[in-house]
Design a protein around this ligand. Structure first.
Ligand SMILES: Cc1ncc(COP(=O)(O)O)c(C=O)c1O
Length: 417
């Protein structure tokens, strides 16, 4: 295992490339991302595929390393399609999903070469049926199901009331599903949630998904060629530490694989965004000011919720608990401060009661670890119109690409768009 640690400060100090970058920037270590991808492949049973969830981090420079390590693309928007193209993914092997899709979205995805879709409702299926006219080749459909039984997950998206997927009971009550010529229903997609837990919890979720999918395939007379088991492989966010060792998952997955139901001959798909990218990313930012207000210490950074943690409200990222790695030469004596950004709102809170060296100085470069997933991509980029953060990929400090999300408004002529 690669241990996430303060070595980021050594990496920056010894890297002319990184040291020369203006803050704030994300530094993504491609070697670390590749290591995480290979950990996942190590536990998957035979005949399995990994889909990289672009929602965690659509940065083309990073995604292309993950694609080269063997992952396919899990996409949910036209922007993610563009990112996957830029990263060199084969869209013919990609999966396109997400709730609330309409015909135009399907037409666009199909025109880009996508042929596999996760379908979440009867309306969704109707929109795909309407979109497939004149499309070359067959289209694969996985029915995303919200099973009747809830799993153990922190951010539960299935097994409880949710906007995601068909209700299992609705599918069972419905007659045969209408489909246009060339649209083939080839299996099921069950995504229990993000940050599911350790190997035991993950194994329980996958086992439940296999049972659900096999029962549905029989009841609905649908082939089980592909079973998308989702993922939910956890990793800490913005604090030190590592995710659980996943190797104990290998055996239960292999045992499930060799079961005697229809799932044993299906291709298994897994999805992961967080595990692939969380640990490879640090947000490197600078102390712009320090102040004391009514006995409370504040550190003001050149990075805030416009670059990190804007999705705190979703509970999938920290509720203001962060680790801020100081420069190596700062004092061991610490005090507690609220760490904020430059936006003109008290909501721009990056970390609450964060331990900082007493001598942390204006101009110091600091780093926040484990933010390669849902860091830049989970932030309020447009809020207060500051520039998007720089995002640099590197190997041992040698930068391989630097990218920046384009922000700003363009005029749209609605008559011609
Ligand atoms: C359907 C689906 N697949 C995959 C993911 C990626 O999850 P994670 O980044 O936790 O691996 C998500 C996250 O919300 C999701 O909703």
């Amino acid at each position: 295992m690669i241990v996430v640690s303060d070595t980021i400060m050594d990496t920056i100090a010894s890297s002319a490339d990184l040291a020369a970058l203006p803050t704030p920037y994300y530094a993504y270590d491609l070697d670390v991302a590749e290591q995480r991808v290979s950990e996942l492949f190590d536990v998957f049973p035979s005949n399995s595929e990994l889909f990289f969830s672009f929602k965690a981090n659509p940065l083309p420079g990073l995604a292309s390393a993950i694609g080269a390590a063997g992952a396919r693309a899990d996409l949910t928007s036209p922007g993610e399609i563009d990112a996957a193209v830029a990263a060199g993914f084969d869209l013919g092997l990609a999966l396109y999903g997400g709730p609330g899709k309409n015909r135009d979205e399907f037409v666009h995805a199909l025109s880009m070469g996508i042929r596999s879709f996760s379908i979440e409702s009867f309306h969704d299926l109707g929109a795909l049926n309407a979109a497939v006219a004149n499309v070359d080749g067959d289209v694969q459909v996985l029915l995303r199901v919200n099973p009747m039984e809830p799993p153990r997950a922190k951010l539960v998206m299935s097994g409880v009331a949710s906007q995601f997927g068909f209700e299992e009971e609705d599918l069972l009550a419905h007659g045969p599903l209408e489909r246009s010529p060339g649209v083939n229903i080839v299996g099921f997609h069950i995504y229990w949630g993000t940050q599911v837990g350790g190997p035991d919890e993950l194994a329980a979720c996958f086992s439940n998904a296999v049972t659900t999918a096999e029962a549905l395939a029989t009841s609905l007379d649908i082939p089980l060629d592909i079973l998308n088991l989702g993922g939910g492989f956890p990793w800490p966010y913005a604090v030190d530490g590592s995710g659980p060792d996943l190797s104990p998952l290998r055996e239960p997955l292999a045992a499930l694989r060799s079961g005697d139901g229809a799932a044993s001959s299906a291709t298994w798909w897994f999805e992961s965004g967080r595990h692939c990218t969380a640990s490879c990313g640090h947000l490197v930012t600078q102390v712009m000011d320090r102040k004391v207000s009514k006995d409370k210490e504040f550190v003001i950074l050149d990075s805030g919720i416009n670059h990190l943690g804007g999705m705190t409200g979703l509970g999938r990222i920290p509720r203001f608990a962060i680790r801020m790695i100081p420069p190596n030469n700062r004092s061991a004596d610490t005090l507690v401060a609220d760490v904020v950004g430059q936006l003109c709102t008290p909501l721009d809170l990056v970390g609450r009661k964060v331990e900082i060296p007493t001598d942390l100085a204006i101009g110091d470069v600091v780093a926040i670890p484990n933010v390669g997933a849902y860091g830049a991509s989970g932030s309020l980029t447009n809020f207060l119109s500051r520039p998007a953060v720089l995002e640099a990929c590197h190997r041992s400090g040698k930068i391989t690409s630097i990218e920046q999300l384009a922000t700003g408004h363009r005029t749209v002529d609605h008559l011609t768009q």
